[in-house]
Each structure stands twice: as structure tokens, then as C-alpha cells.
Design a protein around this ligand. Structure first.
Ligand code: IPD
Length: 258
């Protein structure tokens, strides 16, 4: 039988070690590979992913799908973003993280996100809740008063006009938008009740899976991201405090997302 408790403890230590490595490599970063005008890869992305792969292989022999070196879906597979929010990492902004998710038979069992600059460790285990630095998380329930705040991510993988249309429709419905530059952190912030939602017309599994488990375990709503081969191809993502679900699903570019 698969030991998830063991893997959860291991993932927490690993995310901490990986975050420390990324942080230590930030000075004298060296060459930055440009995948597109807003998509980058540094030596730290490569080194952190290699570390995570090595450790998981040594400890459990588990396969990995990672942002930098790829990988194939399997019955049990870790889905890893060594540095999510690479642009923030390069620019010296705090909003970047290491994101680790464990998928078993189509369900995300474990999600761990470590944001070293913010000293934040988010942990979720399916059916057992989500925590930030050991404190239980709840989505906002729109309790802040004032308008809802939703982060919108985008990338060159979808036409920018579609995201601008989404933002325009959100503003018309009194929903404030933000863009913090890390999908994983954007989702973690929804779980923590700091923002009310995160949407993006296409995001990859390594950016999203740990954060989606956090949101669900904190009582929020998410679309069925893994439907339609989301693990390999990525998908649209909608994650929010349950109170906001209908309003987001009513926006043109998100209609039909379930
Ligand atoms: C990107 C960030 C960004 C999101 C993009 C991702 P990266 O990941 O999470 O916020 O909008 O879809 O590709 O390149 O920083 O790992």
C-alpha cells in the first residue's frame, strides 16, 4: 500500500531544502534562458528540479513530471515546479515558490508549496485539510467586505485578448483583479483567504496541482483540472471561495468551466 504519510513528511522537508537551494543561487544568477517574452528558465530552476528528482528517486523510486525536464503520467507521479514565478525570482520580488504535488490514480493526494522569501510553507493532504506554517486555512467566504479580489494569470499559451476580455468582464461585475506572477502562490493565497479567487485560461499542472488541493482542503471550489488530460496538457483553472463560484462561471470566457 502507498505510504502517503511518509511521502507527506518527506515532501515538506524536500520543499524546504529545494527553496533554500533556489534562494542560495539567486546571487550571480548567470544566464537566463528565454522560453518566451514572459517565460524564463534559470540555472536555479534546473538545479532545484534535479535535486527534487534525485531525492524522490532515492527515497521512493517515484516518477516525476517537472516543468523543466518533463516526464510521463503514471499511476503515482509527483508533479513539480522547481520555481514558480521565475520572473519574480529573477527580479528580486518575494512572490515565487517551490511547488510539489503527488497525484495517485487521478487524485491529488499531497500538495506542498514553499515560498522561502515569505517564510511560508503551505501543506495540504487530501481529506485532512490545509495549513500555512501549521495554522489551518479557510477560504475567505467573502468576509473582507468590499468587492471580491481575484487574481488573473496569463501566458503566451493563450491569446492575450481573451484574458483582457475576462478582466474587463470581472471589473464590470465589481470584481477587482490582481496579477502577482506565480500561479501556485495565487492559488495558495485563495486557500489562505487573502484573495477570493484565481483564474487563468491555461496553466500547466506543475503550476496548479498543489495549489488546487490547498484551495479544496480550505473549503473552496475548483474546476476539475485533471479532466481532459490536464496532467499532460494543462487546462483552464478556476479556484475560489465557494461563494464566488457562480459569478466567475457566468463570465463569458469561463462559461461552461466545471
Ligand atoms: C508561470 C507563473 C504565472 C502563470 C503562468 C505560469 P513560471 O510559471 O505561474 O503566474 O500565469 O501560467 O507559466 O514560468 O513562473 O514557472
Amino acid at each position: 500500500m502507498t505510504d502517503f504519510d511518509d511521502r507527506l513528511r518527506f515532501a515538506i522537508d524536500l520543499a524546504t531544502e529545494a527553496g533554500a537551494l533556489a534562494r542560495s543561487m539567486r546571487q550571480g544568477l548567470g544566464a537566463v534562458e528565454t522560453k518566451s517574452s514572459i517565460d524564463f528558465c534559470t540555472a536555479a530552476d534546473l538545479a532545484v528540479e534535479a535535486l527534487v528528482r534525485r531525492r524522490l528517486d532515492e527515497a521512493f523510486g517515484d516518477p516525476v513530471i517537472g516543468e523543466e525536464a518533463g516526464g510521463d503520467p503514471a499511476e503515482l507521479v509527483w508533479v513539480v515546479d522547481p520555481i514558480d514565478g521565475t520572473t519574480n525570482y529573477i527580479h528580486g520580488t518575494a512572490n515565487w515558490c517551490v511547488s510539489l504535488a503527488l497525484v495517485h490514480r487521478g487524485a491529488v493526494e499531497i500538495g506542498v508549496i514553499h515560498a522561502p522569501d515569505l517564510d511560508q510553507l503551505f501543506v495540504a493532504r487530501r481529506g485532512q485539510g490545509a495549513t500555512l506554517n501549521g495554522r489551518p486555512l479557510r477560504t475567505s467566504g467573502l468576509r473582507h467586505g468590499g468587492g471580491a479580489v481575484v487574481e488573473v494569470g496569463w501566458s503566451a499559451r493563450r491569446p492575450l485578448a481573451l484574458s483582457l476580455d475576462l478582466i474587463t468582464q470581472m471589473i464590470a461585475d465589481d470584481i477587482e483583479f490582481r496579477r502577482c506572477g506565480s500561479g501556485a502562490m495565487g492559488l495558495a493565497n485563495v486557500a489562505a483567504g487573502i484573495s477570493d479567487g484565481y483564474v487563468e485560461l491555461h496553466i500547466n499542472a506543475w503550476d496548479a496541482l498543489a495549489g488546487l488541493l490547498l484551495v479544496r482542503e480550505a473549503g473552496g471550489w475548483t474546476n476539475d483540472f485533471l479532466a481532459g488530460d490536464g496532467l499532460r496538457l494543462g487546462n483552464v483553472v478556476v479556484a475560489c471561495t465557494a461563494e464566488l463560484t457562480g459569478r466567475l462561471q457566468a463570465l463569458g470566457p469561463l462559461r461552461g468551466v466545471a
